[in-house]
Design a protein around this ligand. Sequence first.
Ligand code: 13P
Ligand code: SF4
Length: 302
Amino acid sequence: QDLFETLAAEIEVLKKERKAVILAHYYQRPEVQDIADFVGDSLQLSQQAANTDAEVIVFCGVHFMAESAAILSPNKVVILPDQKAGCPMADMVDADGLRAYKKRVPEVQVVCYVNSSAEVKAESDICCTSSNAVKVVQSLQGDNILFIPDENLGRYAAKILGRSLQFWPGYCKTHDRLSKEDIQRAKNEHPSAKVIVHPECREDICEAADYVGSTAGLIKYAQNSENQEFIVGTESGILHRLHQVCPEKKFYLASERLVCPNMKLTSLEKVRDALKNLSPRVTVKEEIRVKAKAALERMLAL
Ligand code: 13P
Ligand code: SF4
């Protein structure tokens, strides 16, 4: 704890010197969330990145999030404290694969989950996050639509809207670990708890849940619910914010395996060093950036 306080104080000083803003995702370690200027879900973080006056954005999250910030704010220095913090789901689709698909299926409209590279976004028509996927798909006409890379989120949106979509075989390695048996076990232990899950979970899990939503959606639901207990089907980092906003309620992680190793790579030491060295920096080639920005901005305009 003393070490955390010392590091937090150092970060505070460096942050002012660098005119930096620290953005953190809800899946980050508690101590990292605590030193952030803003903690949010992917959509809120991209909105913050697009609107900040800061000169430096320190992104405590994974690579695609920092990359989106660099796409939206090209004149800012965007830092990802650990270069290795990637997203395995984002790596499940690449621009060559997507181009080949588009060749095979002419006129296909591509909805791209933000958990993807800038190159893939540049080949897509519109981006979405887990909190607006339904709205984004709804905004498109016709039935020749491909949803990439998360098949679970795509199927969830398609089902809500009663639309038929084409899917890409991508998934989140963390959420995909959650099984029906895990949910059943948690329900047996906590029979009056509501089950709240992220749409990156498998279809059968979403069907068995009381509420499905993005991280921000899950937090809001828990806050507004009369219920006092919740079984939580998303990455463990969210528990920190849930306990902060609902200190009187009880939250049970649906499985101990709901930990995204990439989200946990960011530490206070790395945030401090990143501010000191203004590195590792995330940049995007201008021709890719402009195209990817169009897909992101089409989403943000909705
Ligand atoms: P949200 O922030 O949209 O809930 O997405 C979760 C996620 O997997 C980010 O990596
Ligand atoms: Fe990627 Fe899943 Fe980790 Fe989010 S939780 S960064 S989707 S692997």
